[in-house]
Design a protein around this ligand. Sequence first.
Ligand code: S1T
Ligand code: MG
Length: 547
Amino acid sequence: MLIGELLLHSLKAHGAKEVFGIPGDFALPFFKVMEESGILPLYTLSHEPGVGFAADAAARYNGGIGVAAVTYGAGALNMVNAVACAYSERSPLVVISGAPGRDESLNDFLLHHQVKTVDSQFAIYREITCAQTRLDDPATAAMEIARVLRECIQQSRPVLIEIPRDQVFSASGEPTTLPPTPYSDDAVQNCASSILERLQQASSPMLLVGVEIRRFLLEDKVAELARKLNLPIATTFMGRGLLVNSDAPLAGTYIGMAGDKKVQELVENSDGLLMLGVIVSDTNFGISAKRVQKQHAIHAADHDVKVGFHVYHDIPLSALLDALLEQACKHPYSTTPLSYPKPECPGLIHDDSAIVPMDIAGAVNDMMRTHGTLPIASDMGDCLFTAMDMEQTALTAPGYYATMGFGVPAGLGMQASDGQRPLILVGDGAFQMTGMELGNCSRYGWDPIVLVFNNASWEMLHIFQPESAFSHLGRWDFASMASGMGGDGYKVQTRNELYHALEQASQTRGRFQLLDIRIEAGLLSPTLNRFVTTINEKRRQATQESK
Ligand code: S1T
Ligand code: MG
């Protein structure tokens, strides 16, 4: 088997369903193998950040690995931000990069796309991937690929595989997979029993869950644990959309002071809070990390479990859940089943008023109630905070790393990976970054519904520093751009227009539908409003304390 084919078969054996990419001369041979072998479908996009975001979102959405194939230097380095996002938000993204041929890199000529040395790209990627390899030896290629892909899956983080252009057609071994890294079952059992003991002693125990439970395909087990122990569950901001299709007692989304008051009280007053797969960060906790009662919190994430002052290392989350489920049967828990009513999701008032962000949530809720739920891909910006008032559905968003430019390509990645039409939420600033990727929809038959929150502003910056004029973006006519890119555009200025455009968009299949929703600058969603108030209050307190 050729190294190029070996790589594709290995990716497929590890769960990859497709490849997103942009070729270059260092990657042409590998792209030739991809196209001609048909082992995995290839979707080319327009700009490498979009390639990275699409592959990352496909992985997040399906709970498998995502693959981004790019050229050496200009390609791979153009994707650094997207890979960094995947690293920090624990998404298993495989980056395949072309590379100079083995012999080319030995002579003294500088090669195009080379930064400092031939290895500069590899060194840069070391910081944003959990494992790396260069396939420059056909004899070890199969094992090297297996080693790196195992790390990608186990750590749920990006990896880099460089394939020198003169090695793609070398003969190599057969694809292989490696068994999971061993761990101590005694440590897992011991950890599980001390967690259960703490939960049992607590008067108000509960679960707070984050993205790792999706990354490691553990949603069903978490739901079962919650039912067995009769514990309420809240998700984090990043984890919103988890467990929506389960019968677990979901209390809502925890975003500290920025979120629902009842959920906030439940989480912050819990004296036995089991956090599973949660990224503890400022955005994720609505700047309330300290409010979660640390001495009572049990935190399992990134292969570590903190129980009080004790830390267990090398505990895979899936093994921990198995042990918890097994031992939970022996513990007596209350049997009155908990249930939380689904929060009332507001609808849209139909009149000729100008639009505020909350109206968009209302219109989406009505649309989903009429036409069925769609998975959501959201960018960073008020669109993501507005999504907190939308019906709970699968949601993919950079809630922690907070990069812009994610939403549009993420939606395309989701539709490529399972065919379902997504709803894309994006601000005008973020649309300016990667919105052009929509031009690729017609080639592949993708037809997302795209809601552009067009407030003519980098509003999330403007609210923190209103005196600066540089946040005013001017009003772009995104609706008119749509037809040039093969979609349909709607300029939407009133609630009635919003309703009609969304109806029309829902009923039109086969072309992307873009609603250019005009919002007066300065109008925020209720969640972002609370988020900003909380941050400003914190800053004010910090300045007073330092005086
Ligand atoms: N560049 C990138 C790639 N990501 C970022 N998050 C930023 C810059 C900083 C930044 C924000 S929020 C924001 C910027 C520029 C403005 C977003 O504007 P828009 O998309 O129009 O949304 P909205 O008007 O709703 O704010 C981060 C979070 O600091
Ligand atoms: Mg904006």
